[in-house]
Write a protein that binds this ligand. Structure first.
Ligand code: MN3
Length: 210
């Protein structure tokens, strides 16, 4: 997040396109990563080229997004959201978090199952395209929210702000080939491929940064 926008790099995918089968199919992964994410990344770079935005840190750009053109909001959010999304998925989904993150979720939602229900409901009920999020709020507690389009909880325009540690893409491009209109099935499948080890690390980092 401290990287200048002009120095951002398009990240490599940390696993093969078929790694998340049967939950996320290889064709969807390949198109999602090489076409959709790549387009957000390229469009962001084109939009900031030769402007003062290129010399902002990516974090500052997102936190002050209301000052910038819509094209930067959509594509800057698109890049941030997807690089986070790839990083919290794994073929070796461990089922549930452990340690401090688990404690915080149980304290807030009474049980891990109840947290999953609240998050799943946010993902299923987001109208149209958008994202569901687990964030760490300013007071250090976890929170669940959803945002439209490519917005995210770092943005000053978001209704519920916080540091995202888990995100779920509910744009149709993320699931339509395999699940068609059945978004709820895709949301349920997501839980089988969450990298809780990585999410727990994001949680500790977020708590430390408060
Ligand atoms: Mn997407």
């Amino acid at each position: 997040m401290d990287t200048l926008v002009k120095n951002l790099i398009f990240p490599s995918l940390p696993y093969a396109y078929n790694a998340l089968e049967p939950y996320v199919d290889a064709t969807t992964m390949e198109i999602h990563y090489t076409k959709h994410h790549k387009a957000y990344f390229d469009n962001l770079q084109n939009a900031v080229k030769d402007t003062e935005m290129a010399d902002q840190t990516f974090g500052d750009l997102l936190r002050n997004i209301s000052r910038y053109p819509t094209v930067v909001r959509n594509n800057g959010g698109g890049h941030y959201n997807h690089q986070l999304f790839w990083s919290i998925l794994t073929s070796k989904g461990s089922g549930e978090p452990t340690g401090d993150l688990m404690d915080a979720l149980v304290k807030k939602y009474n049980s891990f199952e109840e947290f999953k229900k609240v998050f799943s409901d946010a993902a299923k009920s987001r109208f149209g395209s958008g994202w569901a999020w687990l964030v760490v709020k300013k007071d250090g507690t976890p929170g669940v929210s959803s945002t439209p389009n490519q917005d995210n909880p770092l943005m000053d325009v978001a209704d519920c702000k916080g540091l995202p540690i888990l995100g779920l893409d509910v744009w149709e491009h993320a699931y339509y080939l395999k699940y068609q209109n059945r978004r709820p099935d895709y949301v349920e499948a997501f839980w089988s491929v969450v990298n809780w080890e990585q999410v727990s690390k994001y949680y500790s980092d977020a708590i430390k940064s408060l």
